[in-house]
Design a binder for this molecule. Structure first.
Ligand code: ZN
Ligand code: MN
Length: 505
């Protein structure tokens, strides 16, 4: 590729508040019959006065702090004028030069490489109404009008479509960890506009920027990725024809055709005739002082996904990829930590003292982590997915899950028996030792017993035995299978393999 993509994103998140941004109408009831969740304020009737939703401001500041933004002492709302039927006042209350958060960054990882994506700002504003286009015109549903939004604008730091997708996913995860927004793209709680231009690779150091194209309203992670890919190849072609985009333009994304299409050439900021909103006093932020206490908001921020990911690696010995999977959902991460703490308790009971258990734990930390992540992510998650349950509905207590891991770790049951036990535990919530006893699944580890069986199997199957001796490695699996069958699957497979090898020498 001879060109580098310069990508910036503008992401709108719907804060989790009870009411709209400036009135008492409910937030998040877009599904109600059209125009039933409205009042004179969100309909923009003359003479009405907006009142700022405190929670929306606090959630915006919380997100801004977690995104490493500076919180200025004062922030204010402005009127952004534009004329469109989805906007009853003919202006949107937004923020122009005094946003809630300035600067900041979010770290993302793509293919094992981490990058910090810089942020320009985070500001608050109100949502517009929804337009429904019908055969003989357009209808307006104001239920969404005036709903709160926080808009996060990145610097043009993103270089590839997978980076854009990773940024969106990390942002969504952070919003969910912070409980500032559900950030569900399908429900319109997270929406994305992407800005993209290309730059010839030889000009990489000049930091020169060419007119950008804005792709509007990307409503899924896939749409963001595909639209950017489409735009990169479209603009590459234009560059190769010697006719790169000369002016800023706005394009839409056609999901059916999987391509972007031109909508209009871009208005400059002054076209919006921003001016201070006279009906809303400025917001004052300060540490321990002012209308919004930044220290208090800061203290309400929980461990972030990236911090948790790093801690899962350092504290428990998870691999980077396992840590990534396990923290993807906050409740799964909590469940995992509870299982690990119960697994340690189980180890204490086995080893007889906390000191001994600590020694074993620290020397075999990575094995415990691998065992835990394997049984959670490749086995338990499958059962959850298949039954469409979330981890909060699970019947298996962390204590029982840890006990199952302990039994597998001690070779008391084979991993195939473990699978059966897990399924039963999943369906009934029973504890593993009961299930094992009931189903007679205790693993046969008795060397002498197994050796007798191995000898019998070898003498009764001279053909496969001779095959193995003459170099057919696979023949041993057939013989091992017979021993497993003989023990109804309870024989310890490692011991059986070893015994067969010893006796087939
Ligand atoms: Zn209202
Ligand atoms: Mn906006």
């Amino acid at each position: 590729m001879k060109y580098q993509a310069i990508i910036g994103l503008e992401i709108h998140l719907r804060p989790k508040t009870k009411s709209k941004m400036f009135c008492a109408c409910a937030n998040g009831s877009d599904d109600l019959p059209p125009n039933t969740n409205i009042c004179p304020i969100c309909l923009g009737h003359p003479g009405t006065l907006p009142v700022v939703n405190r929670t929306a401001v606090e959630l915006g500041a919380k997100m801004a702090l977690a995104l490493n933004c500076q919180i200025p002492e004062q922030s204010k709302f402005d009127r952004k004028s534009y004329f469109y039927p989805d906007l009853p006042k003919n202006y949107q209350i937004s923020m122009y030069d005094r946003p809630v958060g300035v600067g900041g960054w979010l770290e993302i990882e793509v293919n094992g490489t981490s990058r910090k994506i810089g942020l320009t700002r985070l500001h608050l504003e109100e949502d517009a109404a929804k337009l429904i286009h019908v055969s003989d015109g357009s209808l307006v549903d104001f239920n969404r009008a005036g709903a709160p939004l926080m808009e996060i604008v990145t610097e043009p730091d993103i270089r590839t479509s997978p980076e854009a997708k990773a940024f969106m996913q990390e942002l969504r995860l952070l919003a969910r960890y912070l409980e500032v927004s559900e950030a569900d793209m399908e429900k319109g709680q997270m929406r994305c506009d992407a800005n993209i231009s290309l730059r010839p690779l030889e000009e990489i150091d000049d930091l020169k920027m060419y007119p950008k194209t804005e792709i509007k309203n990307l409503n899924s992670f896939k749409a963001v990725e595909r639209a950017l890919e489409h735009e990169i190849s479209r603009q590459t072609e234009l560059w190769e024809q010697g006719a790169p985009p000369k002016i800023q333009s706005t394009r839409g994304w056609d999901d059916a055709k999987q391509e972007t299409f031109e909508q209009r050439t871009k208005e400059e900021a002054h076209d919006y005739r921003y001016f201070p909103e006279p009906d809303i006093p400025p917001l004052k932020f300060g540490a321990g002082v002012g209308e919004f206490d930044v220290a208090k908001i800061s203290a309400s921020i929980p461990e972030t996904p990236s911090a948790k990911r790093a801690r899962f690696i350092s504290e428990y010995g998870f691999t980077a990829s396992d840590a990534k999977i396990l923290i993807e959902d906050k409740q799964v991460a909590t469940y995992t930590e509870n299982v690990l703490s119960e697994l340690f308790n189980w180890l204490v009971s086995i080893e007889g003292s906390k000191t001994k258990a600590e020694k074993t734990w620290s020397s075999q930390k990575k094995d415990f982590a691998k065992l835990t992540s394997g049984w959670l992510s490749s086995k338990l998650f499958k059962l959850l997915n298949a039954s469409q349950q979330s981890i909060s509905e699970i019947k298996i207590t962390p204590e029982n899950f840890a006990e199952l891991l302990g039994l597998i770790y001690q070779n008391k049951i084979s991993s195939s028996a473990g699978q059966t036990v897990l399924e039963t535990m999943f369906n009934t919530g029973a504890d593993p030792s009961h299930v094992i006893q009931e189903k007679g699944l205790v693993q046969e580890n008795d060397q002498a017993k197994l050796e007798t069986m191995v000898k019998t199997v070898i003498s009764q199957n001279p053909g496969p035995a001779a095959d193995y001796r003459s170099g057919k490695q696979n023949a041993i699996q057939f013989l091992a299978g017979l021993v497993m069958k003989e023990t109804k699957g309870k024989a310890n497979p490692q011991i059986v393999q070893q015994l067969l090898k010893d006796h087939l020498k």
